[in-house]
Design a protein around this ligand. Structure first.
Ligand SMILES: Cc1ncc(COP(=O)(O)O)c(C=O)c1O
Length: 417
């Protein structure tokens, strides 16, 4: 099908949930996407933080080919080696003890919310005083199902679906006094993204996260770190909370976990896992043999190719180049983020939208979040040459120069870098 045929069919047949860009991508290679005309686009978004190893990585292709010949799906009524192998890798890297596998970020958050409520119930049965309330942060994003959307701050995501899960209160971002004021024995869990993603690439302060740890520990409430966007190496460490020397009781993963196949995971301590018994929670597809085999390959590849170190180095270079840009252009108010989870804040929402659109016309994929924030979530394999292409294109756009030539893509041919 051609782009215009797809557009016409979608307009008639799909629930209108997305505002898509009018581009029809047909394949990918490394850090480039290729459209139906053969034009190449430098991808600095990687499927919103999913395609961490880029496109066509041989390790992913091999894992899919080998496992798909053996077994794609198996119900959770039987054993296969994938969940055990992957859980071993994840628990070793996270410092947590047990894993539940599901299919997406929001499902991992639902598992975390249910575990937290069940654990509070267990504590009450053991004579402790602990309530059912959750604290989440302003600007948070935890997903779209009725529990995780209730803990997602932006009104527009919750409002049309009220009543969503009750008993969530929002704390002002990085406001330790507000956290202390709102925390009490009514609270069973505190949800934090160490670096807020959709909220505009905003890192929480060390003081805020350590206060959340201290408060939750004092009552038995659980500290839940949502690592769905920041986790699995994107910030240069396996988990963003590891930059803070804080170990949460629960963490959630999804996006890059299975190299583009749907897979989510909720990890927790042995202590919290006491609350769960067979039959209390489950899923048909979660943790299937194919997704698990690919996730094992993703983690092994990140290690073998030393991608954590690479993300740190490439992220430092990218950030430095963005900071130079900020010195040159007054419209850039801030440069934020860690590793290859970076953003620049622009002085107007319209300008941010126009710049993201102009980058796309120059065949560089980025995205605007939180109205005024340009977000970069590239594949971990991004090189300095591609960072230069992107920053130079931004520089030209901010300078108001009409691009002389398309910066990233060349029609048909292979781009250097
Ligand atoms: C921090 C965070 N939590 C949860 C989610 C929800 O994940 P999913 O879209 O896989 O349900 C996202 C998605 O963007 C996210 O960034």
């Amino acid at each position: 099908m051609r782009l215009d045929e797809i557009k016409a069919a979608e307009a008639k047949l799909l629930l209108p949930t997305y505002e898509r860009n009018p581009i029809h991508f047909v394949e990918g290679e490394g850090v480039y996407l290729v459209d139906e005309k053969g034009d190449r686009y430098l991808d600095l978004l990687s499927g919103i933080g999913v395609n961490a190893l880029g496109y066509g990585h041989p390790a992913i292709e091999k894992a899919i080919a080998e496992q798909s010949r053996k077994l794609i799906h198996l119900s959770n009524l039987f054993f296969h080696e994938g969940q055990a192998k992957l859980a071993q890798l994840l628990t070793e890297r996270s410092g947590l003890d047990r894993v539940f596998f599901c299919n997406s970020g929001t499902e991992a958050m639902e598992a975390a919310l249910k575990l937290t409520r069940a654990y509070a119930g267990l504590l009450r049965s053991e004579g402790k005083t602990i309530g059912t309330k959750f604290l989440a942060l302003e600007n948070s994003f935890h997903g779209r199902t009725m529990g995780s959307v209730a803990a997602t701050h932006k009104e527009k995501y919750r409002e049309p679906f009220q009543p969503v899960m009750p008993d969530v209160e929002f704390v002002r971002f990085n406001d330790v006094a507000d956290l202390r004021a709102k925390f009490s024995s009514d609270v069973c869990g505190v949800l934090i993204e160490a670096i807020q993603g959709e909220g505009g690439i905003r890192p929480v302060s060390k003081e805020f996260l350590s206060t959340a740890r201290e408060l939750t520990r004092s009552t038995g409430a659980l500290l839940i770190c949502d690592e769905i966007q920041a986790g699995l190496g994107r910030t240069g460490k396996w988990f963003a909370y590891q930059h803070y020397d804080v170990r949460p009781d629960v963490t959630t993963l999804a996006k890059p976990l299975a190299g583009g196949l749907p897979l989510g995971a909720m990890l927790c301590t042995e202590e919290a896992a006491r609350a769960i018994h067979p039959g209390m929670h489950g899923t048909t597809f979660g943790g299937g043999p194919l997704a698990c085999a690919v996730a094992v390959a993703v983690i092994e590849t990140i290690e073998q190719e030393k991608l954590l170190e690479h993300v740190t180095d490439a992220g430092t270079y990218f950030r430095q180049r963005l900071e130079e840009l900020a010195k040159k252009h007054a419209a850039i108010l801030d440069v934020r983020g860690l590793g290859l989870m970076l953003a620049v804040e622009i002085d107007s929402a319209d300008k941010a939208k126009q710049i993201a659109g102009e980058m796309l016309r120059q065949r560089i994929v980025i995205n605007r979040t939180s109205e005024t924030v340009l977000r970069f979530l590239p594949p971990f394999i991004l090189g300095n040459a591609e960072i230069d292409i992107a920053v130079d294109a931004l520089d030209a756009i901010f300078s108001g120069q009409a691009p002389q030539e398309v910066a990233a893509g060349t029609t048909g041919g292979k781009h250097v870098g």
